[in-house]
Design a protein. Sequence first.
Length: 359
Amino acid sequence: MRPSTGLISFKALAFICLFFPFCAHLFAQRGSGSPNRSGSNSNTVRPPNFSVRGKVVDTQNRAQLENVRVELRTFTGVTVGTSFTHTGGDFEFLNVGVGSYELIVQQSGYHTVSQRLDVQDSVYGLSIDLHPSSTTETLAPGPSSVSARELTIPRKAHDDMEKGLGLLYEKSDYQGSIKQFERAIQEYPGYYEAYTQIGIADMHARNNAIAEQMLRKALELSHETDVDALSWLSTLLNDTQRFADAEPLARKGLELDSKSWQSNAELARALLGLHRPAEAEKSALAAAQLRPDNALLYLVLANIHTQLENAPALLEDLNNYLRLAPTGPMADQARAQRKQLQDELGDSQQTSPAPSLNR
């Protein structure tokens, strides 16, 4: 048996690789869609997919409204599905992942409604009330409400964008999605969201140089207001260990959307890369609170708590990661580190002096 000092040696603990590329793993956490059928890791635990169903009615006469546009977005602004109500005012979204979303309902002659939707299981029986715009009542638009700019986007450009999103998030057809996004840009050159999606597709295809160009173009066109472009560019910069460049982008993303779990996560990674673990911990905990189902966030916390030499928190991080991803890409390393930490904690407890009974 090795000698025990009663102290935990954090230098001896294995350091989980923080800086392996997040792109592919973050991609699996985005929006809805089928599992990755191209280059997927069959050992990765994927979050379940659910259905969201509801009805849109006129708030004054309770009429069930047809052909109303209903959009489901992530809180970082990515559209994960668009539906139009059928007879009876019904709409439905399939293959929705666990998480928080913004449900946006927009119809000519009515105030736009933006409603938060937390999905932990299938959601049925939603009732969305639309207020006619002729009434004196004015609804305060939510942060993700349809803007006047969005209403000027040509229908064909919007359709090309939707096709591209389907190819990217449902079929993992990166090149096919890029062609659709490029067509959308041809129809509407200021379509910065399409540049962002090209960047995401190129990141997943490991074309990082092109991806960076596309994301920076999206930021230029949006005057640095596209939260998705900010968060994904900070992901790319962190993946390539350009932490000082990633930090201000992640902070800007949080200024625009404090509920962006990805911006919180990337700020934590940047701060940790800059050797500021105490600051990084706050952002990582915020990200984990927003997305408790994301196993990789607990690896970020594990690295932070290793630097902070917080053994109980580190053990909890490893347990959380293995609970969510028992056969994930870092599972073996996490188990080995957990075992080593448990041994160190056990030795520390055995050699701790007994409390004195003398007062």
